[in-house]
Design a protein around this ligand. Structure first.
Ligand SMILES: [Zn+2]
Length: 63
């Protein structure tokens, strides 16, 4: 079951083949293999990477 890597919510919307959006904390994330990339959606619609904030990537949807 897919969970938000940021807040662990299951309220996830799929917006692309490997792209998801969390309705709880309003982050967008991409899943490529075992890698998850988080993006914060800015007010102007642009995306900011979370890479600077997360040194360890949590596991998502592996169980
Ligand atoms: Zn979330």
């Amino acid at each position: 079951m897919m969970r938000c890597p940021n807040c662990n919510s299951r309220d996830i919307g799929k917006i692309g083949s490997n792209q998801f959006y969390c309705w709880e904390c309003f982050v967008e994330f991409n899943v490529v293999g075992d890698q998850v990339k988080l993006f914060q959606v800015e007010e102007d619609g642009s995306l900011s990477s979370f890479d600077d904030l997360f040194s360890e990537i949590p596991q998502v949807g592996t169980v």
